[in-house]
Ligand binder design. Structure first.
Ligand SMILES: O=c1ccn([C@H]2C[C@H](O)[C@@H](CO)O2)c(=O)[nH]1
Ligand SMILES: [Zn+2]
Length: 137
């Protein structure tokens, strides 16, 4: 499903405001994400850290899991945007790439950005080629 430039601008704005809710007292690295569904709904997400560091949840997964909790299912998603403060656009971690591979079509675009307006785009399949999936039972 093609995503217009206007829609990406809109998603990035939502990701930027979701970032304001980041809970990152350990890394101080605040991240925001915004997920667009095929039927036009949008879900924001931020990173949520924990004193037990391994429990930290990334902005991308917060957005994806919020959408699933609202009833969305694999195949329902059209695009994901993610933004953080850095010299270059933020690149999703391996855990988030695996979750994207589970829930999103390989062709789904992911827009990565930084606060100064640099952007980079990739598909889910390009971010995690040959991803692990269980065979159908
Ligand atoms: O794409 C990314 C990369 C990192 N983080 C979070 C996880 C952790 O809270 C902090 C530092 O890694 O940034 C995200 O939310 N998304
Ligand atoms: Zn991640």
């Amino acid at each position: 499903m093609p995503v217009s430039t206007n829609m990406f601008t809109d998603l990035l704005a939502l990701a930027r405001s979701a970032r304001d809710h980041a809970y990152a007292p350990y890394s101080h690295f605040r991240v925001g994400a915004a997920l667009l569904t095929r039927d036009g709904r949008r879900f924001g997400g931020c990173n949520v850290e924990n004193a037990s560091y391994g429990l930290c949840n990334c902005a991308e997964r917060t957005a994806l899991f919020s959408a699933v909790a609202a009833g969305c299912r694999p195949g329902d998603f059209a695009a994901l945007a993610v933004i953080a403060d850095g010299d270059s656009p933020v690149s999703p971690c391996g855990a988030c790439r695996q979750v994207m591979a589970e829930l999103c079509d390989g062709a789904m675009p992911v827009l990565m950005a930084n606060l100064r307006g640099d952007t980079q785009q990739a598909t889910v399949a390009a971010l995690l080629p040959d991803s692990f999936k269980l065979p159908p039972t």
